[in-house]
Design a protein around this ligand. Sequence first.
Ligand code: BES
Ligand code: MN
Ligand code: ZN
Length: 464
Amino acid sequence: MEDLLAPAASATAAREIRLVARTRCREVLEALPARWAAWAKSADFSARPGELLLLPAEDGEVAAVLAGAGAENAPPSIAPGALADRLPAGTWRFVFDDAPHVPPALAVLGWLLSAYRFDHYRGDENRELPRLAPPEEVDSESLLAQARAVCFGRNLVNTPALDLGPAELADQARALAEEFGAEFREVSGARLRRGYPMVHAVGMAAAEDRAPRLVDVRWGDAGPRVTLVGKGVCFDTGGLDIKPSSAMRLMKKDMGGAATALACARMVMEHALPVRLRVLVPAVENAVSGPAFRPGDVLRSRKGLTVEVGNTDAEGRLILADALAAADEEEPALLVDFATLTGAARVALGPQLPAMFTDDDALAARLADIARAEDDPLWRLPLWKPYMEDLRSDIADTNNIAANGFAGAITAALFLSRFVDRAGAWLHLDIFGWNPKARPGRPCGGEVQGARAVFAYIREHVVS
Ligand code: BES
Ligand code: MN
Ligand code: ZN
C-alpha cells in the first residue's frame, strides 16, 4: 500500500493528472496546445466521471493525463482519483485547478483503493504500479491506514469459504489484535453453548475443524466504550431451509459484516483513537448435516428470550442477537453492528447503499452527512415498531422471521433491537459487502461498506 505513494517532495518531477470538471471541460481543452486539443476532440473527451485521456509527448510517452471529475454539484466521490490501475508506472500528481469540487483526500483515497486486486490464487503478474505524490494538505498516513483497512477487509470477503472458515476468521482477528497489542479471546465448545447458545446452535452442523466460536477483541483502556459487532457467517447454505444454488453462489461473503467490523477496528486502532474498543464476531458456518438446527426448534438466547426458528436461513440475526446482548451488558456509549443480513435490504436499496437503522435521530442525521462526505454512503430505513408484532410466535417469546414476508430488512432489524436496551446508541448496518460490477476505486468482488463512515463518526463525535 505504501508503495502507491511517493514522497510529497517528489511532486515537482511528477507528471500531472489534471482533474477536469464537466462544466470546465471546454475551456480546458481550448487552452491546450493545438496537438492535444485536436487529440482530445477526436477522442471525444468530455470529462465524464472516470473518463481518462492520455496526452502523448513527442517521443510517444505519456506526458500528462486528463481525468474526468464529473459535475461540480455531484456528491464528493473517490472516483476522480481512482486511477492507480490505469496509469503507466512512474510518479504522478493531481492538479485540482479545473476541478475545485474534488476533495483532495478522497482523490488520494480513490487512488489507493483502485490499485486493489485479489491475486492470492493467481500467478504473480508482477505489476509495476504508478506512484502518487500526494497533495501537501492531505493526511497521507490516515488515508493509508484507511485504505489498508479496507483492503484487509476485502481480502477476507474474497477468500473462499474453503480457506476462511470460522477458525481462520478468528485467526485473522487474532493477528489483527496482536498487531495492535489488543486483547484477544475466543469462546468455543461448552462455554459457547452456555454463553452464546444461538451462535452455538447455528454453527453446530459444521465440521469439527469449522466449529462455531465467538471472537472477542478489546483494545484501549480509557475513553468511551465503542463496541463493533460483525456477522461472521463464513458460508451460508441456508441450513436445512437450504438456498437454491443461485442464491448460495456468493455466500462466502456472508462474513462481510465481520470483515467490515474488523476493518473499522483497524482504522480506530491505527489512529490510536482514545476509546475503549471492543469487537465481537460470532463466527460460524451455516451448514447442512445431522446436527443442524431445525425449522421449528426453539432456542434459548443469551439474554433469556426464547426464539422459535421460523427459517434456518435467517441465521445472521440469531448469532448477532447473542453477540449484541453480550455487548449491551457493559453499556457501551456506541454499539454498531455490520451484517450481510437480508436480501430485502438489497431489493430496497441495491448493492451500493447499505441500510442503516437506529432510533437515534441525531446519530442518523450526522452519520448520513459524514457518509456522503466520505463517499461511503448509507441510507436510513425505519425501525417501524408496529411491524414487531409480525415476529410473534405461538410458543416462544419471538420468531426469527416475519411470516408475511413484508419489509424483511426492517423486521430483521426489529428482531435485533430486542437484544439491545442499555447501549447509549445502537446502529445497525445491513450491508451487501460486494461489488457486483467494478466502479472506479471499487473493483468487482468483496467490499467493505460503512467502515470509513463509522470510523469518521467515532473520530469526530464519540471522541470528545
Ligand atoms: N445472508 C443472507 C442475506 C443475504 C442474501 C444478504 C443475499 C445479501 C445477499 C441471510 O442469512 C438470509 O439468508 N436472509 C434471508 C432471510 C429470510 C429467510 C427471512 C433472506 O434475506 O432471504
Ligand atoms: Mn441465511
Ligand atoms: Zn446469512
